[in-house]
Write a protein that binds this ligand. Structure first.
Ligand SMILES: [Ca+2]
Ligand SMILES: [Ca+2]
Length: 368
């Protein structure tokens, strides 16, 4: 069961209900964006909130929820969709992987091909479990039309019964745990079904997400992007690069707050990096009128390394999609190959760059 609540709603008072219903109708107030996702465990008369424990608790603007055994391993996984093109969540169920189950697929005749509304009963030594094949399992959502029965540690069901919407009842004999069977309305035997096991991927790590958003990958040659010096001189990275230097290329812009915190730190490290054969190069991604602000920003931030601006077409040489994110730094070796990519500005990145500089002194005030 899925539901949503706000912190106020959790208090459960009627004033809240009245107040918010009033807002909805009088002020056009919407719950949109307020909800945390909830998952409750049915304990036979009581529902226990296992949202956090299950890993499902999130603050997205969720709408649709669909249960399905996406990886065909005998348990329901969960897909949650969100409004406004936000990220969608696919949750892989890894609870009780060793428990037994059977799966029933229905194919109707008189009841219609999907046999919506059919009931299936399975009998084990623990009792009779009943499931109905229903269309719609959440807001504009449809769950798995195949019915899964959890068997705990039972090796088989003793019998399986289908009550079709047409009124026909059929009962079949034992079905072994782990089997998927198709029941065709009116046919006397169950059809075994082989389903291919699929695997749901592990969540992508931050590094994988970063690299997916970039054209330039580690071990690639850094592209010969267009560069314009603050004196107006045109060049490109390939022509500018010297074979006896490595480069720490820092992409930034005047509107980027973290960039402006990072740059004094880079300036502090630039002399010791240079002594180690590593040249810091700043490339401003400011376009249009903002380019004119670059020299004054550089002076104010104490930039003592070489700065360039560039052209808009360079974005597609660096970034694989529409998303442009800075600060973004590349470490390029003496062969012109990318050795490292660093997104954002963090204590870890600062520490890594300081290691290259050989600097062991305390962090400067440019780092938080
Ligand atoms: Ca599954
Ligand atoms: Ca599973």
């Amino acid at each position: 069961m899925l539901a949503s609540s706000t912190g106020d709603e959790a208090a459960g008072n009627q004033d809240y209900q009245r107040g918010h219903m009033g807002k909805i109708f009088a002020e056009g107030f919407s719950f949109s964006g307020f909800e945390r996702d909830k998952l409750y465990l049915n304990q036979g008369g009581a529902y226990v909130d296992i949202s956090g424990l299950s890993g499902l608790d999130s603050v997205g603007d969720g709408r649709g929820a669909a249960w399905a055994d996406f990886d065909n391993d005998g348990d329901y996984d969960l897909l949650l969709t969100e409004l406004q093109g936000q990220v969608h969540h696919l949750y892989r169920n890894e609870v009780g992987q060793q428990r037994h189950w059977v799966r029933v697929m229905l194919e109707g005749r008189e009841s219609g091909p999907d046999a919506w509304g059919a009931e299936v009963r399975v009998k084990t030594s623990q009792g009779i479990a009943v499931k109905a094949k229903t269309g719609g399992s959440g807001f504009v959502s449809q769950g798995d039309p195949r019915l899964l029965f959890g068997l705990d540690s039972e090796e088989a069901v003793e019998w399986l019964e289908v009550r079709w919407p047409s009124g026909e009842r059929q009962r079949f004999g034992s079905v072994a745990a782990g089997a998927t069977v198709r029941v065709v309305e009116g046919e006397q035997s169950l059809q075994p079904v082989e389903l291919a096991a699929t695997s749901l991927p592990d969540p992508a790590g931050e590094d994988a997400e970063l690299l997916a958003a970039l054209v330039v990958q580690p071990r690639d040659e850094f592209p010969a992007i267009a560069l314009q010096g603050l004196d107006g001189e045109q060049t490109n990275f390939s022509a500018f690069r010297r074979a006896d230097r490595s480069y720490l290329i820092n992409l930034w812009a005047t509107h980027c707050g973290p960039c402006l915190r990072e740059m004094p730190e880079l300036a502090a490290l630039a002399p010791s990096l240079a002594a180690n054969g590593i040249e810091v190069v700043g490339i401003s991604l400011d376009m249009g009128a903002a380019k004119a602000k670059v020299p004054s920003f550089a002076r104010r931030l104490g930039v003592n390394y070489q700065l360039f601006t560039t052209e808009e077409h360079v974005f597609s040489q660096i970034f694989s999609g529409d998303q442009v994110f800075i600060p973004l730094s590349f470490f390029v070796d003496r062969e012109g190959m990318v050795k490292d990519v660093m997104a954002g500005w963090s204590e870890e990145i600062a520490a890594k760059i300081r290691t290259w500089s050989g600097d062991k002194s305390p962090l400067t005030k440019g780092t938080q």
